[in-house]
Write a protein that binds this ligand. Structure first.
Ligand code: APR
Length: 336
């Protein structure tokens, strides 16, 4: 159990994180920071006064705290509209920013289209971390995932082992779920990994997908697997299209907590993590999803897989997409 975990952004994902951290007894204290709701300068003054007193993070913390006697937990919860609720956190999970949302015509933006707005948010988040918990382990979820982690690195320069992005655990869980459903077996039997950037070019690695230790090709034909892999790449969008109001929020929170638990309990668990690569997989200086051993020091080791030639090419394409978004991020950061 940690002394304190900070959650940045108390929206849909942040809310699930706070309740799960309390329920799973992962920390004695949880701090949630979120500026919402923000007063609208064009509203009448009395309306602005009302909004100033409201706080999504303090409200959610109180809601969870009032339920603690029912589930027999003694977690302390603190919320704030600034970043002070993060003070002293040993780990922070960053969800700050806007999610993808379906447009009235049913289409929705790509994760990359969130870059401009979420970059500004991330610059603020980095200041908050620097001020209140500069040594915290950082797990970031906000999108576009790889570029936001890159930005946190640019602004905070933490040791490489302490900054990671959550995408691969979720993408791999989606892959596992679809395989389990198609093969009509338990999700517990499926082992699969998705590498690369958290975009439509992500790489579900068929050569390492197994059901009860047996290659997946024994259970599902190539056509079915190709369809599953396509669905996996677009799975986030499928949920956005169905929800209408935002993007997936339970599965990303659970996936980030899988990483948090590996660190908190020093599990040395191999999970796909968006991590800074320094030559591994042929990539230098970018944050891309690859398998890592996660333990008490965060990223203990990057694990290099033997990919097929086709998978290597797909990974290189995905990494090139990440490089492009990061170049755009770098240019925008100069203006912020
Ligand atoms: N600092 C902290 N929190 C902020 C800031 C900021 N500077 N700016 C916005 N937020 C808050 C919003 O007020 C909102 O409550 O971040 C929260 C985001 O919550 P939601 O809008 O509910 O979005 P959610 O579904 O939780 O997704 C958060 O994760 O998966 C990604 O694409 C998703 O980038 C999005 C992020």
């Amino acid at each position: 159990m940690l002394k304190k975990i900070g959650v940045i952004g108390g929206g849909y994902i942040g809310g699930v994180l706070a309740q799960e951290i309390a329920h799973r007894r992962l920390a004695r204290e949880i701090g949630v920071s979120d500026p919402a709701p923000m007063p609208n300068p064009s509203d009448p003054e009395d309306r602005q006064t009302v909004v100033k007193k409201q706080s999504v993070s303090i409200g959610k913390c109180l809601d969870i705290a009032e339920g603690l006697p029912v589930v027999s937990r003694d977690t302390k919860l603190v919320g704030s509209k600034d970043y002070s609720a993060l003070a002293g956190a040993e780990m922070v999970i960053n969800t700050a920013g806007v999610p993808r949302k379906a447009r009235p015509d049913g289409t929705f933006p790509s994760r990359e289209e969130l870059l401009a707005i979420n970059l500004k948010v991330t610059v603020e988040v980095a200041k908050g971390i620097k001020q209140y918990c500069p040594d915290a382990m950082i797990i970031s979820i906000a999108n576009p995932l790889d570029a936001i982690v890159f930005t946190l690195d640019k602004r905070l320069s933490p040791p490489k082992n302490r900054l990671m992005g959550m995408a691969g655990v979720l993408d791999s869980a989606r892959y596992c779920y679809f395989v389990a459903e198609a093969a009509n077996v338990s999700v517990e039997n499926v082992n699969a990994i998705v590498l690369g950037g958290h975009g439509d070019d992500m790489v579900p690695v068929r050569s390492s997908c197994q059901i009860a230790g047996i290659p997946v090709a024994k259970f599902l034909d190539a056509d079915t697997l190709a369809k599953i892999e396509t669905r996996t790449r677009k799975a986030g969008g499928e949920v956005v299209g169905l929800l209408g109001f935002g993007s997936a929020f339970v599965s990303p929170a659970w996936a980030a907590l899988e990483m948090a638990e590996a660190v908190i309990f020093d599990k040395r668990k191999i999970l796909p993590v968006c991590v800074k690569l320094e030559g591994e997989y042929g990539v230098k200086g970018l944050f891309v999803g690859v398998p890592c051993i996660l333990g008490k020091n965060g990223i203990e080791k990057v694990v290099e897989l033997d990919l097929t030639d086709e998978e290597k090419a797909a990974f290189a394409k995905s990494a090139a997409g990440v490089a492009k978004t990061c170049e755009e991020a770098e240019a925008m950061l100069k203006t912020l």
